[in-house]
Design a protein around this ligand. Structure first.
Ligand code: PLP
Length: 452
């Protein structure tokens, strides 16, 4: 065990942490998981309150997926979906995804994860407009605080400065507009009196740039990494209308929100809106295997299919539609269906909301946002002024550390403590999760001098 911890520090280069700290302090090395629990190399058990990385929606160690994957490896361990080949699991999964998706989304292109899927979406948007003879529509509008991934294109779409600083130059032609962050409205307005003016920012931005220079608008239905930012009900219908008016493709990045997280197969269904492209990953396999992809609307797919036999789509990855991965995804969707987990988040939302409400009394809790089976508790230094904690205090990370000590995994993302429990987590374990978070926030609050 000691060797494992030592060699993690010695040989692994970790992301989303300070390499200096990782080298000095090491990691929590996990060795086993079952249902909502994981165990580390020291034998400590943790309740996985964030479905690992927002992805392990059905919990760990599901035997149905293990069997499906083993069966597929014996039958056909690899096949591509490029260069004129395909495979049974890739076809079956594509059919299943189209069946679950909002009407009109009728083709699927697979990738190995969410960043690759967003890269794919960018390339499809550009080529789609080119095939329609609208060569200048290469610009893309995205939101402040968005997270779309860590490859160069997807990181450019990301609206969090840390993903740009020092990594430049980024992709040209990406424009950012304020997000629907009602707690700290970037426009200084108040919902509902604002008339959802943040959506109109898209209209303003496109008018400023000229619609002939903008090809698409990318957004997460709920911004996850950005802090579980939930747009009001009018937001996406308005966005859809603006996209139609200016002939922009609306790309919904559902890497976190799909497959039951918001109580629907796809999160955007909560707003009753159909995107032109829909990006998915994570929950499609519950994180058991690396898979992502893009669902294309019929009218977008047709542009490519009607381009004639001389047009070749020069895009794809070696592992696009990997048969073993797709077999695992099919088994995962079957588990979600059998356990009725596509809708379960609707009741989890009510439970979580009720459990988290008392935390709103704590002097360092500024806002609590709950949607489906995900939540953020935004911590502030001064509640009346909504003053944030200085970045270097790493306040949410501290809560994460305290929670770990209490046997619970949550995420600390800047000022936000994030929860994203497995979709089938019982009410009893939701209570365990929230009470560990409550205790951890109080402990951190005391470190900052609050009398709690
Ligand atoms: N898009 C969203 C909304 C995400 O939350 C993430 C990852 O957290 C990504 C894209 C990137 O996905 P991946 O890490 O699989 O590349």
């Amino acid at each position: 065990m000691r060797e494992l911890l030592r060699d993690d520090r010695r040989y692994l280069f970790h992301g989303f942490v300070s390499p200096a700290r990782a080298r000095r302090e090491g990691s929590v090395v996990l060795v086993r998981g079952k249902g909502p629990y994981v165990w580390d190399a020291r034998g400590r058990r943790y309740l996985d309150g964030v479905s690992s990385l927002w992805n392990v929606a059905i919990g760990h160690g599901n035997a149905r997926i293990a069997r499906a994957v083993a069966r597929q490896i014996r039958k056909l361990s690899y096949a591509t979906t490029l260069l004129g080949f395909s495979s049974e699991p890739a076809v079956e999964l594509a059919r299943e995804l189209v069946r679950l998706a909002p009407r009109g989304l009728s083709r699927v292109v697979f990738t190995s994860g969410g960043s690759e899927a967003n890269e794919t979406a960018v390339r499809l948007v550009r080529m789609h407009w080119r095939l329609r003879g609208r060569n200048s529509k290469t610009g893309i509008v995205t939101l402040e605080r968005a997270y779309h991934g860590s490859t160069t294109g997807a990181a450019t779409l990301t609206g969090l400065r840390d993903f740009h600083r020092g990594f430049g130059p980024m992709l040209p032609g990406v424009f950012r507009i304020p997000n629907a962050y009602c707690y700290r409205c970037p426009l200084g307005k108040t919902y509902p009196r604002c008339g959802v003016a943040c959506a109109d920012e898209l209209d303003r931005a496109v008018r400023r740039m000229g619609a002939d220079r903008v090809g698409a608008f990318f957004a997460e239905p709920v911004q996850g990494v950005g802090g579980v930012i939930v747009p009001p009900p009018e937001y996406f219908p308005k966005i859809r209308e603006i996209c139609d008016r200016h002939e922009l493709l609306f790309v919904a990045d559902e890497v976190i929100t799909a497959f039951g997280r918001l109580g629907y197969p796809f999160g955007i269904q909560r707003w009753g809106v159909t995107p032109d492209l829909l990006v998915f990953a994570k929950g499609v396999t519950s994180g058991y295997l690396p898979l992502g992809g893009v669902l294309l609307h019929e009218r977008v797919a047709r542009v490519f299919e009607e381009a004639g036999p001389d047009f070749t789509l020069h895009h794809g990855f070696t592992y696009s539609g990997h048969p073993v991965v797709c077999a695992g995804a099919l088994a995962n969707l079957e588990v979600l269906r059998r356990k009725r987990l596509f809708r379960k988040a609707r009741s989890t939302e009510k439970t979580l909301r009720a459990l988290l409400r008392p935390l709103g009394e704590l002097p360092l809790v500024g806002d609590i946002r709950v949607v489906g089976a995900m939540a953020a508790i935004e911590l502030v230094r001064d509640r009346s002024r909504k003053t944030p904690f200085p970045e270097e205090t790493r306040v949410a990370w501290r809560v994460r550390e305290r929670a770990l000590a209490h046997g619970v995994i949550v995420r600390g993302s800047r000022d936000n403590v994030i929860l994203c429990p497995p979709l089938d987590l019982s009410a009893r374990l939701l209570r365990t999760l929230v009470s560990a978070v409550d205790r951890s926030i109080r402990e951190v609050g005391r470190e900052f001098g609050y009398r709690l």
